[in-house]
Design a protein around this ligand. Structure first.
Ligand SMILES: [Zn+2]
Length: 309
């Protein structure tokens, strides 16, 4: 039987149990009345795309992309919806294996690679509510280049693109636990956010943080890099136990050290730009500084328009 929760998160079912236990026993039960949360991370592998004719680095490919399930005793929240129809269909199967009811799909930011799979997921989980911050939804409503994305991934993007509802609060709940929306401003994307789960000490960072994967710094400026670094400092200030990056080397865990590593990467890139390095020199210098990081993609390091030269 489903439990119903009051706004403070206490179970009505637990209230009913009170008559069954002496006070001392009840006090103990009060301290553990909430269900425990847990999380799991799905990583869609890298995929080829037809966007650019790269003259340097790996053959054009999109970096491995994550979606995260946060779940309690019976309900779950999915963070991000991946991109292609296939990715979203397999993600939906994976969500189903966890045996919880999917109540919410939260999208961290407006970049298409974390969002275009939403309609497939909503078809599979019609009672789930799709939400994002008001800033993210505002950007999504202005996206017009779906033809470009369909050309990059021919036959793989859904015909119908779902748009989440804007959140009017800076948090939402899962089985009485608060999940907090952290506004991170202009990082990899404008109006980006991360989702913080205080009880787990977990930040689902979206593309604010990368995990041993070359970062999308090619279209940054000194000002936007400074904003990005400030956002990383904001996340570090939460002293997380684990951080899930939007793009990651699938063989890596979710260490909080990736926040400082992402910060160092952006600083390195800025130093090389300041030193006057451009194009091939800049690309080679970053790859030699980060030899173990995956996705040596021209578009990540030199910008999405660098392939059109
Ligand atoms: Zn991304």
């Amino acid at each position: 039987m489903r439990r119903q929760f009051q706004p403070n998160g206490r179970s009505l079912h637990a209230e009913a149990d009170r008559t069954l236990y002496p006070t001392s026993h009840w006090e103990h039960r009060v301290s553990t009345h909430q269900t425990q949360l847990d999380y799991d991370v799905f990583v869609a592998p890298a995929k080829p795309f037809n966007g650019l004719q790269a003259w340097i680095g790996d053959p054009p490919g999109w970096d491995p992309t994550t979606a995260t399930l946060i779940f309690g005793e019976r309900d779950a929240v999915l963070v991000d919806a991946l991109c292609t129809m296939n990715e979203a269909a397999v993600l939906a199967d994976w969500v189903g294996l966890h045996g919880r009811g999917l109540t919410t799909i939260y999208i961290t930011h407006a970049h298409f690679d974390h969002w275009l799979g939403l309609s497939v997921l909503l078809e599979r989980f019609p009672s789930a509510r799709a939400i994002a911050s008001a800033g993210t939804v505002g950007l999504m409503r202005r996206v017009s280049q779906f033809d470009t994305y369909r050309a990059w991934f021919p036959g793989k993007i859904a015909d119908t693109i779902g748009v989440p509802e804007p959140l009017v609060t800076d948090y939402f709940e899962l089985e009485g636990h608060r999940l907090e929306v952290i506004e991170t401003g202009h990082t990899d994307c404008n109006n980006s956010t991360s989702l913080y789960v205080p009880e787990l000490g977990v930040i689902v960072a979206g593309d604010v943080v990368y995990n041993h994967c070359h970062m999308y710094v090619g279209d940054t400026t000194q000002a936007s890099r400074n904003e990005w670094i400030a956002a990383l400092d904001k996340l570090a200030g939460l002293h997380p136990q684990a951080v899930v990056a939007g793009h990651k080397d699938p063989t890596c865990g979710n260490s909080p050290s990736i926040v400082a590593e992402s910060r160092g990467y952006i600083e390195s890139y800025g130093q090389l730009c300041d030193a006057g390095l451009r194009d091939r020199e800049l690309f080679d210098a970053m790859v030699s500084r980060y030899p173990d990081w995956i996705s040596r993609q021209q578009f990540l390091l030199l910008g999405l328009h660098s392939g059109h030269q």
